[in-house]
Design a protein around this ligand. Structure first.
Ligand SMILES: O=C(O)CCC(=O)C(=O)O
Ligand SMILES: [Fe+2]
Length: 348
């Protein structure tokens, strides 16, 4: 009931083992299987081997089928990744009052809070998140950066810089894997490209059969790099119409392609549908980093990937983030709204 929602926070309901209110329940039979099959393994790619033709071929194949992979050999040690996880957990362990200091300004997405409500029909996510823009540096809203733990800002800044250089390297490798000039994708992002961090926290939930940590979505980013919880699984990716678990590998970073890379690659690379399931036993956290082109940059399928057999699938767009948000509000699939109707579609 709505009153329930107003009275108790997810954290309180989680601690008391309450039955989640109806706003959180996935309706009808659209939940799908919670325990997904592991028959289709998520590809593992060693970033340090990417100069080699065989690893580039693995990259091309992973991104044109699953749209995601587990990256190892990225140069960040296990203990370093644990430090990032610890800082994030420390923040979420603070008191509610302390965390509320970082609540978003009205109508803004940056800051600490729950699923942002954009429509009445929305099924709510069983999660808390802290969203912060990290780059460009001048666009940071420092008043929303936690002061506690005291090494939060420094750790986020350092991790972001490392993730950004990995993303840039991956963008160059993706271009090479398709026999394009190295800068074909990277240059579309521009020097002032955006990097946003979202730290997700998923409390225990008494009804994991009906409630999701994050509802099914594709990311609006170019690339998403995700540091998963060290132990607790929850992320699932849709492959061949099945929800596939993304296992936790402590020293791996999950790379998920976002919609903007599907557009730039003219549909060759996939932006996978993914979701997060809840569980009754353990809290889960994750740190997601999203890159996006400069807001004024027009992006679209790169020339070398448009030809007679593969006509242009998407129109050129600016500020896809805005298009994505509007589509979400209207219950539309953002990528579909920028698709160019082909002849068959037109005849319908
Ligand atoms: O927590 C996760 O594993 C994934 C979160 C996610 O999909 C997102 O923040 O966009
Ligand atoms: Fe996501």
């Amino acid at each position: 009931m709505a009153s329930n929602l107003l009275v108790k926070s997810i954290e309180e309901m989680s601690m008391d083992g309450d039955e989640p209110p109806s706003e959180y329940l996935v309706k009808g039979n659209s939940f799908g299987s919670k325990d997904s099959s592991t028959l289709i393994p998520i590809p593992i790619i060693d970033v340090s081997l990417l100069p080699s033709e065989s690893e580039l071929e693995k990259l091309r194949s992973a991104l044109s089928s699953a749209g995601c992979f587990q990256a190892i050999g990225h140069g960040m040690s296990n203990s370093y990744l644990d430090k990032v996880r610890e800082v994030a957990k420390h923040f979420f362990a603070l008191s509610v009052e302390e965390k509320q200091k970082y609540a978003p300004v009205v109508n803004e997405s940056e800051g600490y809070g729950n699923d942002r409500i954009v429509s009445e029909k929305q099924v709510l996510d069983w999660s808390y998140r802290l969203t912060l823009r990290v780059f460009p540096k001048e666009k940071r809203r420092l008043s929303l950066w936690p002061e506690n733990p005291s090494d939060f800002s420094e750790t986020l800044e350092e991790f972001s810089a490392k993730v950004k250089s990995m993303m840039d390297y991956l963008l160059r490798s993706m271009a090479r894997s398709l026999n394009l000039e190295e800068g074909s994708f990277l240059d579309l992002f521009g020097k002032q490209c955006l990097l946003q961090a979202r730290i997700n926290f998923y409390p225990r939930c008494s009804r994991p059969d009906l409630v999701l940590g994050v509802k099914p979505h594709t990311d609006r980013s170019g690339i998403t790099v995700l540091l998963q919880d060290r132990e607790v699984e929850g992320l699932q990716v849709m492959i061949d119409d099945k929800w596939i678990n993304v296992p936790t590998i402590p020293d791996a970073l999950v790379v998920n392609l976002g919609d903007q890379m599907q557009i730039m690659s003219n549909g060759i690379f996939k932006s996978p549908l993914h979701r997060v399931v809840t569980n009754t036993e353990k809290l889960r956290m994750s740190v997601a980093m999203f890159n996006e082109p400069e807001l004024d940059n027009e992006i679209g399928p790169v020339e070398g990937l448009i030809n007679e057999t593969r006509p242009r699938l998407y129109r050129n767009v600016k500020n896809y983030g805005e298009i994505n948000y509007r589509s979400y509000q209207e219950g539309k699939i953002a990528l579909e709204t920028v698709k160019i109707a082909n002849n068959c579609d037109r005849e319908k």
